[in-house]
Design a protein around this ligand. Sequence first.
Ligand SMILES: N[C@@H](CCC(=O)N[C@@H](CS)C(=O)NCC(=O)O)C(=O)O
Length: 205
Amino acid sequence: MKLSFSPASPFARKVRIAAIELGLIDRIEFMSAATIPGQPNEDYIHQVNPLKKLPALILDNGEVIIDSFVIAEYLDDLAGGGKLTPASGPERWRVRSDHSLLQGMMDSMLLCRYEQLVRPQPQFWQAWYDDHWNRAWTGFAKFDASDKVLNGPFDIVQIALTCALGYADFRFPDCGWRDAYPNLAAFNERVMQRESVRISVPPAA
Ligand SMILES: N[C@@H](CCC(=O)N[C@@H](CS)C(=O)NCC(=O)O)C(=O)O
């Protein structure tokens, strides 16, 4: 299998950590890809993902699985199922819903990043930026108050939360999440002990 990848992407990091935790990392070849809003990448949209987003998982038979949410579940199935997302029962839906919330938080943070990096400065839209930042920030508040998530297993929710916090450190280093959310700070310290988390920290810009 091949994974379109960038070390800066929190979504790709989530898949990488999941693959390591599931013991599948040696079966995946990493293929670096450039997907930047406003910059065409015709080969990628035609051959990999018309949405021009990474990560995408290209299976050995040529099929492509897009979206880190789906890729993480595919890898979990490949490893026997129910390891990072419960296979059934109410917890399955709680985990998938929390995972989805974290997807949206990372989407919003990424949109803030693009607003700063890609949008021409005179068109910067502060209210839109603040609205998206507030979605991520409010999501962090929810997880800071969630004993269930913070004291649960290292599942896909903890992995995605780790990646969202890592992305905040990487792109918004002055946002002050550790002071605002001390339970998340303690959680982050703890998960940083894991090799999968430590080796996947995004490189300094
Ligand atoms: N929902 C997607 C989001 C992926 C995503 O937004 N990836 C970013 C990189 S971190 C991207 O490729 N952006 C390019 C673009 O939006 O043009 C997933 O979970 O895989």
